[in-house]
Write a protein that binds this ligand. Structure first.
Ligand code: 9MR
Length: 463
């Protein structure tokens, strides 16, 4: 159905295959020195990003921020790619090295680079059993659940408005034939940890697409069936999931599966978008080039396969460099796989249909000085609340938000606000650095607690 609306959207007038053919004909003509005018009217992309954009898709790379000082690396990145993913810099160990102490410098560098160069940013990753900071090792149960939710809330809030899609949860399913969840410290906090993470991410950044991301899920198999069942269940119950990422790490032993496209399509049929998120293919020469071409063509055949990210730029940048799995060699030269990828993008396919942004909750009416919009993420026994304070036309030099809590609720921790009381009618006041809010501007605070989360309306007043 999206396919039909995409075609009728009239984004372009020349069918891509025909246009690609035209380009090669025209190129031949130019070579013998005749018609030049036609050459400029044909517009097959000459870079990966431009070619992908012809069908409304992005073409991204995982970026190691410390390589942004390498001019060859940055030259290729800026020329070819329209999206970046932080290879390691937005993971839990990198962003919260001590409890509730956040370090965003490296991730921010990547976001600035992306903003300066018109690239999108894919966030990776908010909750994962690997690359956790050491301090989580001693946590379990509610303490670990709260720490994870606070992490999701804080990081997604920090990057709010800057992330196109978040890998909210990474690699939560077991390898092998069970189709079950992977055992991990997060899984042991209760089966609902994944949906709790998605709800917290939505509350913190309502504009980001929220994705589940995994590997060995690229064809239909017990593991991808497990993910499929989870996504179907989440969609049925209104858990906020928008997309599924397929890492697509291929080797000789684990090649591109024959049902790759069909597998992407069955997820799209559940109502989510799909993206290829960490593509790399072991090998060289034409067999590697053919595999890249197959992956790209499969994505382009699925209208809501909205983008492709490769897992690095040059082979030498790869996390498994001996497999030479990427599109550029160690010198930054284009490989056969680059050409086949570009050709597959230029061969065209379905056009990505426009999407409607996820719904946002309008703030409740205030007293004129300010309003307070409350987002709650709760689970049996606890909750995390984020409150956005927005100043009225006169601005603020101090604010107080009053919020009634259910009788069994107790506030255990707050950030960016001081609270009076821990239960019943709790008041939250600005701290030293966020009392001054310009007219129409906003600031956020949050708190977590045990029991049931607030359901009532918050009032906001000048303090
Ligand atoms: O590319 C990442 C590499 O630099 C890290 O050392 C490694 C540590 O786990 O993580 C790599 O990226 C992983 C990605 O975040 C998730 N999918 C698997 C990737 C390879 O482990």
């Amino acid at each position: 159905m999206n396919h039909v609306s995409a075609r009728s959207s009239g984004r372009r007038t020349t069918p891509p295959r025909l246009r690609a053919a035209l380009v090669s004909i025209v190129t031949g003509v130019v070579a013998v020195g005749t018609t030049v005018a036609l050459a400029s009217s044909a517009s097959a992309g000459t870079t990966l990003g431009a070619a992908a954009a012809e069908t409304g898709r992005y073409f991204g790379a995982a970026v190691a921020v410390n390589r942004l000082s390498d001019s060859v690396y940055v030259g290729i990145l800026n020329r070819e790619f329209t999206s970046v993913t932080a290879e390691n810099e937005m993971k839990w160990d990198a962003t919260e090295p001590s409890p509730n102490q956040f370090t965003y410098a490296s991730g921010d560098k990547l976001v600035s680079h992306a903003e300066a160069n018109g690239m999108r940013v894919r966030g990776h990753t908010l909750a994962w059993h690997q690359q956790q900071p050491r301090w989580t090792a001693v946590l379990s149960g509610t303490a670990l659940r709260n720490a994870m939710l606070n992490h999701v809330t804080q990081v997604a809030t920090h990057y709010r408005g800057k992330i196109h899609a978040w890998n909210v949860v990474n690699e939560a399913f077991a390898d092998g034939g069970s189709g079950a969840r992977r055992d991990s410290n997060l899984q042991r906090t209760g089966d609902d940890w994944i949906e709790a993470a998605f709800r917290a991410a939505r509350a913190a950044d309502p504009g980001a697409k929220l994705c589940y991301n995994d590997y060995y899920t690229d064809g239909q198999n017990p593991k991808s069936n497990g993910v499929y069942a989870m996504v179907r269940d989440f969609r049925a119950r209104g858990v906020p999931i928008d997309c599924v990422g397929f890492q697509s790490h291929f080797t000789a032993q684990s090649p591109v599966p024959s049902d790759y496209q069909a597998n992407l399509q069955r997820f799209v049929d559940l109502g989510v978008e799909v993206q290829i998120t960490e593509l790399d293919i072991e090998g060289s020469g034409s067999s590697q080039a053919d595999s890249y071409s197959r992956v790209v063509s499969a994505c382009l055949a699925v209208s809501r396969c909205t983008g492709i990210t490769v897992s690095g730029i040059r082979d030498t940048d790869s996390w498994r460099s001996s497999a030479t799995p990427l599109l550029f060699d160690g010198n930054g030269a284009k490989k056969a796989a680059y050409t086949s990828t570009l050709d597959a993008l230029n061969a065209g396919g379905t056009t990505v249909p426009p999407t409607t942004p996820p719904p946002t909750t309008p703030p409740p009416p205030g007293d004129g000085a300010c309003t307070a919009a409350v987002s709650v993420n709760s689970w049996p026994g606890g909750f995390v609340t984020t409150v956005k304070v927005t100043a009225g036309p006169a601005g603020l030099d101090g604010w107080v938000v009053n919020l009634p809590l259910p009788s069994d609720a107790t506030v255990t921790n707050a950030w960016n606000a001081q609270h009076t009381g821990t239960s019943g009618a709790v008041s939250f006041r600005n701290v030293s650095y966020n009392g001054t809010v310009g007219a129409g501007a906003g600031t956020e605070f949050g708190f977590q607690g045990t029991g049931n989360g607030p359901t009532g309306t918050a009032t906001c007043a000048r303090a």
